[in-house]
Write a protein that binds this ligand. Sequence first.
Ligand code: PFF
Length: 460
Amino acid sequence: MAIKDKNVFASKIGAILAAAGSAVGLGNVWRFPTETGANGGAAFILIYVLFMLVFGVPIMVTEFAIGRHAQSDVSDSFQKMSGGKRAWRLMGLLPVVSGVLVLSYYSVVAGWTLHYVIEALMNGFAGKESAQYTSDFEAFSSDPVQPIIWTVAIIAMTCSIVALGVQRGIERGAKIMMPMLFVFIIVLVGCSLSLPDADKGLAFLLKPDFSKVTSSVCLSAMGQAFFSLSVGIGCLCTYACYFRKDVDLMKDGLSVASIDTMVALFSGFIIFPAVYSIQGLQPDAGPSLVFITLPNVFQQVFGGMPVVAYIASLVFYLLLVMAALTSSISMLEMAAAYFLKNFKMPRLTATLLVSAVCLVLGSFCSLSFGAWKDVTIFGMGFFDLFDFLVAKLMMPIGGTLMCVFLGWVVDEKVLRAEMTNNGTIKSPLYPVYRFIIRYFAPLCIMLIFANELGLFDFLK
Ligand code: PFF
């Protein structure tokens, strides 16, 4: 069975927004501020933006080219384009495993977001003291049952959309939800910047302190760039199967990366000014930043207008759920496409199978915030371990493999044809792009790993 069904993204803008839907998600609004806070602020952001440009965009374009050319799931695409080599087929399994792991812990955070929608709906944020936002979040996230129920809900929503056939849902949903998310984020930036002491938050974001840059800051910035763009994992490869032949891959890659970076930076402009203006909050508070800071901000900024505070929190968490869903759909679609294609499973069976595995692993991640807090592997709980494995190891390794594959294994004519749409468009950046995927990206990524592993030391 072909994974393509009968669908192709109907318009060019639909293709951009669907890929942007995969890229823009909790990674921008939740993970980016967390990582920025933990890694010292502005210097981290600069390195992150640089990595987006030099690794992120080229690898995204590489995934687009592989997917659109091979018209198959990631593992089969590797085999097809390598002239039938099974070793490459096996390499193509890495993104599938990463996809399952990432969906497992991503849906836990998406589940928290869904819970916050209901809280907002019930006006549950009104009239709380600052400290109570923290204690309520901690009590909720460490509960052994509740967060798992919300994780189940998110996986069920994701599963039903993918099982129905994703393309129409994704394209139409992305066209409606992405602009709304953007408008709302801009409004919130305005609100946050008007808070007292907002300038301290701005300084944290804008004044780089390069003395804080270590190898682990570089590794984190690289991980964030990969995670945020959804690259190195095959999701975009699978989506590119549905691209029309006239889509300009390079232009699309740059557009998606620009949208994604803007949303991440704006999220920083919402969160850090707020963190500095509300007593007792720290910029390195970790994954809870969005869930503790934002409800607090809504109440403080719109405190005199309870209806506005109510609407603001509700719409924000609703949009966050939607952003999370457009990303989780792409993860599930990618992993399900593998089973669909390789085991000739019906779409429903493939999505249910992947969802069930993610649910079990997701429960482990959820429990690592409470009942299983002390269960650690390499010093990390399940949630942190999965995040580390996916963002800091598997995605960069997957991205490197894709670069090496398209840069060295596949005939250059195929690559050129994909980048120029069979010679019908100009691709002035093609030589730079090819240099990056053949030499620069694989070498730099390996250097960052070697440095982090202590094999040599160029940053300490
Ligand atoms: N890029 C998504 C975000 O920023 O939330 C997360 C993501 C989506 C990671 C798809 C990996 C993936 F395959």
